[in-house]
Write a protein that binds this ligand. Structure first.
Ligand code: ZN
Ligand code: ZN
Length: 246
């Protein structure tokens, strides 16, 4: 706790205009569901996976992180996994409803020695408690970008999903080994639900990420619905499908 107090100047309470990243590592594919969880830099509000947080610490010297770890809740064995009835997102019967339930644990972690303090705790300094509350309540900047990218609001996504026309072009989506159809990117890939094209995501602020091929494809074709590969894998396995035929 003394260690945390001595580093309080490196903790900021986010303001409403701050962009808060808390769903995916800024550098890699890590999320709170990854084995090492996700570390939110409590000064810049950027997110880092276990493999990248040391790098951020060395680069910025920021020592205080909110660690978010999501673990799958145990499902009673006699409860079969519900199969998706619709190839759609955010509508009844769509993939969203088949997400396994996750439990989320929070800790304050201080680098470089990874001293871990549980959150919530009344012993934490008020500044830290206020900062964590604000981070947890904020809508992740990643999600905002995603929504701004594909459509104006969630309702519109559902409307698109309801009227989604799929092209029977014989494309078979493999379970793994994905690659962008237009470049060599193998991470941050999006599957277009209309034509089955796999394309890379946005280029990030720092030049990392994809080559914008998914967005360009959307602009060219007007096919609005895509899912980020990796996010639906568990659902596909739950449905017992070896391949995913659009
Ligand atoms: Zn990472
Ligand atoms: Zn690409």
């Amino acid at each position: 706790m003394d260690l945390l107090r001595s580093n309080l100047s490196r903790v900021r309470i986010p303001e409403p205009t701050n962009r808060i990243y808390k769903q995916e590592c800024c550098v890699s594919f890590a999320t709170p569901k990854s084995e090492g969880g996700l570390f939110i830099d409590m000064s810049t509000f950027l997110a880092f996976g276990k493999d990248c947080v040391d790098w951020n610490y060395e680069k910025t010297g920021n020592p205080v992180y909110l660690h978010i770890k999501q673990t799958k809740k145990l499902v009673p064995e006699d409860r079969p996994l519900k199969k998706p009835t619709l190839l759609a997102i955010g509508v009844d019967g769509g993939f969203d409803n088949n997400e396994p339930e996750y439990e989320e644990a929070h800790n304050i972690v201080i680098l470089p020695s990874y001293v871990s303090l549980p959150f919530p705790s009344v012993e934490l300094p008020e500044k830290v408690r206020l900062a964590v509350d604000a981070i947890l309540m904020a809508e992740g900047a990643e999600r905002k970008e995603q929504l701004a990218l594909w459509t104006a609001d969630k309702k519109e996504i559902s409307a698109y999903a309801m009227s989604l026309q799929q092209i029977d072009n014989g494309v078979i989506i493999p379970r793994s080994g994905w690659k962008c159809s237009k470049c060599d990117k193998t991470e941050n890939l999006w599957l277009n639900l209309t034509d089955g094209m796999i394309l890379c995501g946005r280029k990030n602020w720092d030049g990392t990420g994809g080559n914008n091929h998914a967005i360009e494809h959307y602009k060219e074709t007007g096919y609005p619905l895509a899912v980020k590969l990796g996010t639906i894998t568990a659902d596909l396995e739950g449905a017992g499908n070896a391949v995913f035929h659009l």
